[in-house]
Each structure stands twice: as C-alpha cells, then as structure tokens.
Design a protein around this ligand. Structure first.
Ligand code: SAM
Length: 156
C-alpha cells in the first residue's frame, strides 16, 4: 500500500509473497483503496524478482519473517533472502533505495540476519551506502532495519 501510494497512477509495484493468504489481504486493501491497477501481485518467491522485472527499479521493500496471525513456521529463509536482495541490488537505479525490516525473534531469524549482514557488509562503498537501525535499549533479538542506497553517478 505504501509503495502503491508512492508510485502514483502512472507507476507500477510488483509484490511477492509465497502465501496466498498474504496476497488475498493485500488484494482486498488495494481494491478498497482503488490502487489495484498499479500493483502486480505475484504468488511467488522473492528469489524470482529478476524473472519478473527487467527494467530498473527506484525502490524495494523487504518485510521479512512470518505473516502475523499465520503459521510461524512459514518464514523468509537466509539463503533465499540473500538471493532476492542480490537480485534487487542489480535492478536498483542510481539513488534508488532498498529498505529491509529484519526480525530475529523466530526460528531461523538470527541466521537470516547474520547472512544478510555478512552479504551486505561486503558491498563496495563506492556503489552502495548500507545503513542499519537497531534498538539500543532492547534485546539482542529485537527487530531492526537496513537501508541501502545505490550511489548516483555524480556522487563518485
Ligand atoms: C512479515 S510478513 C510480511 C507480509 C506482507 N508482505 C507485508 O509486508 O505486510 C513476511 C512474509 O514473507 C513471506 N515469505 C516467506 N518466504 C518468502 C519468499 N521466499 N518469497 C516471498 N515471500 C516470502 C511470508 O509468507 C510472509 O507473508
């Protein structure tokens, strides 16, 4: 919904989820808000991003973990998430942004977090700015965000 608002009537959003339940809720919201036309809902893994999108993208949001109120065992997975983020980085236009919310409180969450941090720490600072926002007053398994911006040509 947030991205659908940002892109306006001429823009396009591609939304991936492997659970039909998540797709259904999103479809309902989009129809209610009259924004369904600008969003392509894909019942598909985010590791297939590159198969569905060929041009550059300005922004990507990853909301990791499990679907609230649903099966907590169906979560995003370390290796698949790293593949998906790598593809999103390739598609990102100059000055484009990727925002990732990382949850560590469920099974596999800490491993996914570590895999992402290892991968993103290795990106060239000439090409990308990578920032992390963490709670300083919550536990080691609290959620956090990562923001990545592709450096524009005029920034060196
Ligand atoms: C925190 S929920 C986010 C739900 C919804 N996309 C949103 O942002 O409100 C995490 C979602 O990731 C989905 N998921 C798990 N593995 C996935 C994958 N490989 N590709 C795409 N979505 C996946 C789950 O089905 C779950 O709905």
């Amino acid at each position: 919904m947030f991205l659908a608002r940002c892109v306006g009537v001429e823009g396009k959003v591609f939304a991936f989820d492997i659970q039909e339940e998540a797709i259904k809720v999103t479809r309902g919201l989009l129809i209610e808000q009259k924004m369904f036309d600008r969003v392509k809902l894909l019942h598909e893994s985010h590791s297939k991003i590159a198969s569905y999108i060929s041009g550059g993208v300005k922004a990507v949001i990853f909301n990791l973990g499990y679907l609230p109120g649903s099966d907590k065992k169906i979560t995003t997975q370390a290796d698949i998430t790293v593949q998906a983020v790598a593809q999103a980085l390739n598609l990102l236009l100059e000055k484009g942004i990727i925002a990732i919310t990382v949850y560590r409180g469920h099974d596999g969450g800490p491993e996914e977090s570590l895999a992402l941090i290892n991968f993103l720490s290795g990106l060239s600072k000439k090409d990308f700015s990578v920032l992390q926002g963490i709670y300083l007053n919550q536990g080691e398994f609290s959620p956090y965000w990562i923001m990545i911006q592709k450096i524009g040509g005029d920034n060196g």
